[in-house]
Design a protein around this ligand. Sequence first.
Ligand SMILES: Nc1ncnc2c1ncn2[C@@H]1O[C@H](COP(=O)(O)OP(=O)(O)OP(=O)(O)O)[C@@H](O)[C@H]1O
Ligand SMILES: [Mg+2]
Length: 503
Amino acid sequence: MRELEVLLQAHYPLIYLVTPEEERAEQAIAAISQLKPARKLFLWTVTHGIIEYGRPRTVTQHNTVSPEAAIEWVVRQREPGIFVFKDLHPFIESASVMRWLRDAIASFKGMSKAFVLMSPVQRIPVELEKDAAVLEFPLPNMAELDEVLNGHLKTSASRTRRLSTEGREKLVKATLGLTRDEADKVYRKAEVVSGHLTEAEVDIVLSEKKQIIKRNGILEYLEVDETIDAVGGLTELKRWLGQRADAFTERARQYGLPQPKGMLILGVPGCGKSLIAKTTARLWGLPLLRLDMGRVYDGSMVGRSEANLRNALKVAESISPAILFIDEVDKAFGGAGGSGDSDGGTSSRIFGSFLTWMQEKSSPVFVMATANRVERLPSEFLRKGRFDEIFFVDLPNFEERKEIFRIHLGKRREDIARFDIDQLSHTCEGYSGAEIEQGLVAAMYDAFAQGREFTQFDILAALKATMPLSRTLTEQVTALREWARHRARPAATMLAEYQRMEF
Ligand SMILES: Nc1ncnc2c1ncn2[C@@H]1O[C@H](COP(=O)(O)OP(=O)(O)OP(=O)(O)O)[C@@H](O)[C@H]1O
Ligand SMILES: [Mg+2]
């Protein structure tokens, strides 16, 4: 909001304000227009034409419904003013509207006049790119959301219940990341469901918020049932994560610790990278947001993909502390930076914005990225200091495979003492955790089809019948190991590493 003020005070002739919250933005601009020297504020919509802010909608400027006529009217004004055009974007590509705008901007020289194009989507023709300052209107902060909550607490239903300061803070925090209207709806719904708003309604508010985030489509709120104990091996990685369980608390700040930024988990397919990333959210007690890079890319309009990314990151920040999970970054950013940029540089730009965000972010959003093809990742991504740590997850060794068998057998049967786990582990050298699990499931299907309980022998047979990926993709696995040896930290313990070498 401060930025908007600066731009308007500095007499920027054309500001493009991206926001779904017209009313809030309008109020903010109105407040700025009152700062000395005060300026008049006019609003244009295609339905009403130009009206002066604060005047009834019926008092419109004559014949200003068409965008061209409205811009012409603005040009004719001699007094300083701010002219807000709402949803001009469907018309902005038209040759005459664009020309009118450019002429108008040129005529503003030395005058205290400014256009603010307000719209929920960013659509700027290249011709105007140089003249326009693009701004995202920030989502409401705690204080503004507190106001929204206040409005609800005044109603009779909620007034009867006392709400502690803490409970109040929790309710407000639960709506961070929403617009004012959305927060309002969420509170109203919670009130309807339980008849009042108290601390007990935080869960309703949170689940409503999840629905809203889902609809936004790029971020996904993941619910994870499994705990970190469902991951076999990776002891060193687990220890590292365990140490940082309280990293986002006030206590850690007081102690003088910096906020962790993020980690990159590299490794062989099917060895638990995604699994550990997901279970970390449980371990740390933070919400887990998956950023789907595939959905960020949108070729329909210039600047659309960037806006998508910015939006998603903004929502993540407003929910923080949170974990932002980006699975398979090698696929998302694979095209960036290289010569194979086939999309007109979009992936490079997206990648650039992402890096900048990572560099500059001050909010506690912990990025958890996974990848299995390092050679596809742009080198800037892997540079020291970008992530707190880069871990390498290798194929499980003998002991680790035993642990994985115990975990997966234990999930399916109470009594696992009847299995010879040493023998199973011996049989599947070179298998990933996912392959071990698949083998087990295949064995169970075999036995199930024959109407009997599965045995040690079924598992051995199923494992022998499959060819592990590490054997078909030997070169790729070797190359990854070679790369990681010098640049990443092993996710397993030193002892496990040592045992691995002995094979
Ligand atoms: N170390 C492990 N301990 C327990 N289960 C495992 C382990 N590794 C893999 N699995 C099983 O395999 C499944 C797939 O693993 P996951 O998706 O985490 O692999 P990944 O490393 O992300 O693979 P990819 O590179 O293909 O994305 C897990 O959901 C889990 O059931
Ligand atoms: Mg994965």
